[in-house]
Design a protein around this ligand. Structure first.
Ligand code: MTE
Ligand code: MO
Length: 223
């Protein structure tokens, strides 16, 4: 499988992200996913509720916007489409047309995704990686996996999903690193306003420092 434009394969699968100076958030004793937004009433799904949904196993590469790719990962979980049809659609306010979805992690991290991208057939709410339960570096207890979108879409430690009928408030709007709203790796949609060839070398240079921070965050947990 060739890599998308501007990506380089790395050995293994590093822990990475913007909250890396912190250790990964502890997994609650009884993890839940809250469903909120354009619903008649918020819904809380337990692990048991999730476990009852159909499951899928998928091999995929993982592409970080900074330019590294981890290859041949095997994920298992519930397809997001299935989750949406079975658990979200019945709870929506009558007549609500969803356009955007906000995925939030236990560390406060958020990604905003177009519903149309979230409904792609390879998007999973994953709880296993390479045959093991997800560890805390990679998003325990569950994470979003959307392999055709850059890593930053793939929210780890998922605890809340909000469904919106218009673009949600955007804290990223004036950030110099404003992420692309679709973030499709094969279209190289890295930055919201700047062309990929401009940001590629800048992002590449961020990998080293960010990985150093990540290792510190993981050590803090181990201690
Ligand atoms: N909750 C949470 N999810 C997150 C992040 C984060 O900091 N916190 N970082 C994102 C980024 S930028 C990337 S590249 C991937 C990295 O996933 P990994 O740590 O499993 O390699 O997670 C994404 N999801
Ligand atoms: Mo990333």
């Amino acid at each position: 499988m060739p890599l998308p434009p501007g990506q380089r394969a790395v050995e293994g699968f590093p822990r990475f992200g913007t909250h890396l100076h912190h250790p990964p958030p502890p997994v609650p004793e009884h993890p839940v996913i809250e469903i909120d937004g354009a619903v008649t009433a918020p819904v809380t799904l337990s692990e048991t509720d999730l476990a009852q949904l159909p499951r899928q196993r998928m091999e995929a590469d993982f592409h970080c916007v900074a330019g590294w790719s981890a290859t041949g990962l095997v994920w298992e979980g519930t397809p997001f489409t299935t989750f949406y049809r079975l658990r979200v659609e019945p709870a929506l306010r009558p007549g609500a047309t969803i356009s955007h979805v906000v995925f939030e992690g236990l560390d406060g991290y958020q990604s905003v995704v177009l519903l149309e991208d979230a409904l792609a057939d390879d998007v999973l709410i994953a709880d296993r990686l390479d045959g093991q339960p997800l560890n805390s570096d990679h998003g325990a207890p569950v994470r979003l996996v959307s392999p055709r979108q850059y890593g930053f879409v793939n929210t780890k430690h998922l605890c809340r999903i909000e469904f919106h009928t218009s673009p949600p408030a955007d804290p990223d709007k004036w950030s110099p690193l404003a992420a692309h709203r679709r973030a499709r790796v094969w279209e190289e949609e890295r930055h919201r306003y700047l062309p990929a060839r401009v940001v590629r070398p800048i992002y590449h240079r961020l990998i080293g420092p960010i990985r150093a921070l990540s290792a510190r965050g993981s050590e803090k947990r181990a201690r």
